[in-house]
Write a protein that binds this ligand. Structure first.
Ligand code: MG
Ligand code: MG
Length: 265
């Protein structure tokens, strides 16, 4: 069942998303070679709690151990923070969620570390662009397949693999709600989009095969061919004439020292 949000609820989600955006900004200050991923997790959790929120991911399903998913290189999503120290040339996807005044927010960003090769940088750039191709389609009257198709057709034109097993999702009082937001699909198919829907669009795009495997920890998802993967996520509210982006990467782009993108969104 899809829960449409009132204007008041969307405003609360934006407050939640602002804490989230600023937490991402605090993380961005620290992303560099030598930093332990557990340190990033600790900083995020403290920032969220200091601002009256609760980390949405911590104890998710009674088992996720951290406030961040940190997914390095061939890890697609759901990696655990831990003793790993970031290295030059890594690509590091950081996903975070905040629960505030009864509503969740959810967004992700993949950082290239300095020295990353041009081919991998292009994967990130194009995955980021595909997120906005999807966002452009998230307006009332369209179908979810229009969002999905826009992402898929763009990234597949470069030969990349679109992960099938994991998809975007509605967000609200629950972190994961209907509708599903696949990164693959057919134009004109799927759920009809109406004003008041709020969902996360989150392309997970692989350099090589679309196939993924789950590690024995029950969470970590990596590419089957161990080539790198990228993940960017924004939440949107469907409006009559356009999608309104509720989350922000502004604080990441202000604070991350490696200016790898020319344009800011
Ligand atoms: Mg999500
Ligand atoms: Mg997320």
């Amino acid at each position: 069942m899809i829960h449409l949000k009132t204007e008041e609820e969307i405003q609360i989600i934006k407050e939640s998303a602002l804490i989230l955006g600023k937490a991402h900004g605090e993380i961005a200050k620290l992303v560099k070679p030598g930093v332990k991923t557990s340190v990033l997790d600790k900083v995020a959790e403290e920032f969220i709690r200091d601002h009256g929120g609760v980390p949405s991911f911590k104890n998710y399903n009674g088992s996720f151990p951290a406030s961040l998913c940190i997914s390095v290189n061939e890890v697609v999503v759901h990696g655990f923070p831990g003793n790993y120290e970031l290295r030059e040339k890594d690509v590091v996807a950081i996903d975070c969620g905040v629960y505030y005044k009864g509503f969740h927010s959810d967004s992700a960003y993949t950082y290239p570390l300095e020295g990353v090769d041009e081919k991998t940088l292009l994967l990130l750039e194009r995955t980021y662009e595909s997120l906005f191709k999807g966002i452009e389609q998230a307006k009332a009257g369209n179908r979810m397949g229009d969002v999905s198709h826009a992402i898929q057709s763009y990234v597949e034109s470069f030969g990349y693999g679109v992960v099938r097993e994991l998809v975007g999702h509605g967000v609200g009082k629950n972190l994961h709600e209907d509708p599903e937001v696949p990164n693959y699909g057919k134009r004109g198919k799927g759920v009809k989009l109406v004003a008041g829907m709020v969902f996360a669009i989150e392309p997970m795009i692989n350099m090589g095969t679309k196939n993924v495997v789950q590690e024995r920890d029950g969470w970590t998802i990596r590419t089957a061919d161990r080539k790198p993967s990228a993940h960017f996520e924004h939440m949107v509210a469907v409006r009559e004439d356009k999608a309104e982006v509720l989350t922000t990467h502004k604080y990441i782009e202000e604070n991350y020292s490696f200016k790898w993108r020319n344009r800011s969104r």
